[in-house]
Design a protein around this ligand. Structure first.
Ligand SMILES: O=C(O)CCC(=O)C(=O)O
Ligand SMILES: [Mn+2]
Length: 220
């Protein structure tokens, strides 16, 4: 695997007013991920993890496959503005209202990324048996070129990317550190898939927050 990291901004239009916080740009050629490895100090991130474990109304969602309901291998919660519901197999889920710690985080992340986010998907990986499989966040509600911001709290997990069409492209591997934030750039969801693989020897929890700008689908 090649190391495509660089310290230079790859998408100056997106991240034009660089803050003084240290960041790493992961250049995938046709997409870019900007990582702030320590946006939140470990002690604050640990505290936030505990607060969210206790306060968030975690739910076990399931997907429909071949007529069966299969539980997803993690707990989830949708939070956001009223009306920013997300379509899920034809169902639009109304998000739970913003909660104070998340509102403050959202403001910080919006200011850093010069982007607006009207909702957040929270994922709770109870231990290394929980995961998310290969996918791209390319649903129509997110628009053509969504920027998605992703905050990691708790256990460090592997994050893997593979190109959607070019099978010869190397996979790209990253570590999602406690208190880190990724900005997944505009073209990432169109060109790459990502996953968080199972790590069965890991016994500690992780929470991930992905901030998104959702435009509800209009139905007749
Ligand atoms: O937990 C993560 O870091 C990734 C979650 C994710 O990709 C998603 O919820 O769409
Ligand atoms: Mn995703």
């Amino acid at each position: 695997m090649h190391d495509h990291r660089s310290e230079q901004p790859m998408q100056p239009d997106l991240f034009h007013q660089s803050s003084k916080l240290p960041f790493i740009d992961h250049d995938l050629g046709d997409a870019c991920i900007r990582e702030y490895p320590r946006l939140f100090a470990p002690a604050y991130a640990d505290e936030l993890l505990e607060t969210l474990l206790a306060q968030i109304p975690w739910r076990q969602d399931s997907i429909r496959m071949a007529g069966k309901r299969i539980p997803v291998p993690r707990l989830q919660c949708w939070m956001g503005d009223h009306g920013s519901g997300y379509g899920y197999s034809g169902i639009s889920l109304e998000p739970v209202p913003w909660q104070p710690p998340i509102t403050a985080i959202r403001q910080k992340i919006q200011a850093l990324g010069h982007a607006d986010f009207n909702s957040v998907l929270l994922n709770y990986y109870r231990d290394g048996r929980d995961s998310v499989g290969w996918h791209a966040d390319d649903e129509s509600e997110l628009g053509a070129n969504p920027v998605i911001a992703s905050l990691s709290l708790g256990a460090e997990r592997k994050f893997q990317l593979r190109h959607k069409r070019d099978k010869n492209r190397d996979r790209y591997h990253m570590l999602l550190r406690n208190g880190s934030v990724l900005f997944m750039g505009k073209t990432l969801q169109n060109n790459w898939l990502h996953q968080l693989p199972k790590e069965t020897t890991l016994h500690s929890p992780r929470i991930n927050l992905t901030f998104r700008q959702v435009t509800p689908r209009h139905r007749s």
